[in-house]
Design a protein around this ligand. Structure first.
Ligand code: AMP
Length: 191
């Protein structure tokens, strides 16, 4: 099983690229953002508790997303690996993931970091807001907060990946196909 972490700030194209990579390599696409939005849409107890945090662009508690990921890993069969999208977002989540994988005789094989400058991110997110219907895409202050949270809490995870020797920096500016090809080149090295 190959475990790929898709990394990058909000609006960097992680979601779009993860879906296509998962299809190409028969990986399961695990997006904690999608899982949380599904809880919100189904108005579960958990969803109701997380709604305000997500609307503000803050991170939900580590234990919530760690439990979601553990459940998915344990209930998946028939896949060649996982592509993690939007998880881990803190060093604590990264450590929990590493332990979780170790217990199951797996490891993090690759961390792909999409690099996109802030002006381009803001532009993409505002365009996405018109089609995504996501409340957290529609408000400039919330977008700015999500980028700030990424820089403060999530970027340190890249250092964690560097130390583990799995981080690869990928230029996230270009056409979707160009970026996809760059990502595939890295994945081919660990297959
Ligand atoms: P995303 O779709 O990945 O941009 O996530 C949307 C929102 O869900 C984030 O702004 C957070 O509020 C929450 N979220 C998603 N993944 C995580 C995570 N791994 N840790 C904490 N909060 C998360």
């Amino acid at each position: 099983m190959i475990n790929v972490l898709m990394f990058g700030p909000p609006g960097s194209g992680k979601g779009t690229q993860s879906v296509t990579l998962a299809e190409k390599y028969n990986f399961l696409h695990l997006s904690t953002g999608d899982m949380l939005r599904a809880e919100l849409a189904a108005a579960t107890e958990l969803g109701k508790k997380m709604e305000a945090i997500m609307a503000a662009g803050e991170l939900v508690p580590d234990d919530v997303v760690i439990a979601m990921i553990a459940h998915k890993i344990d209930t998946t069969t028939g896949r060649a690996g996982f592509v993690f999208d939007g998880f881990p977002r803190t060093v604590e989540q990264a450590e929990a993931l590493e332990k979780m994988l170790e217990k199951r005789k797996m490891k993090i094989d690759l961390m792909l970091v999409l690099e996109v400058n802030d002006a381009e991110l803001m532009d993409r997110m505002q365009k996405r807001a018109m089609v995504s219907g996501r409340a957290d895409d529609a408000d400039e202050a919330v977008i700015n907060n999500r980028i700030a949270v990424y820089r403060a809490k999530t970027e340190p995870v890249i250092e964690y990946g560097r130390r583990a020797g799995v981080a690869r920096i990928v230029n996230g500016v270009g056409t979707i196909d160009q970026i996809f090809a760059r990502l595939c080149n890295h994945i081919e090295t660990v297959l």
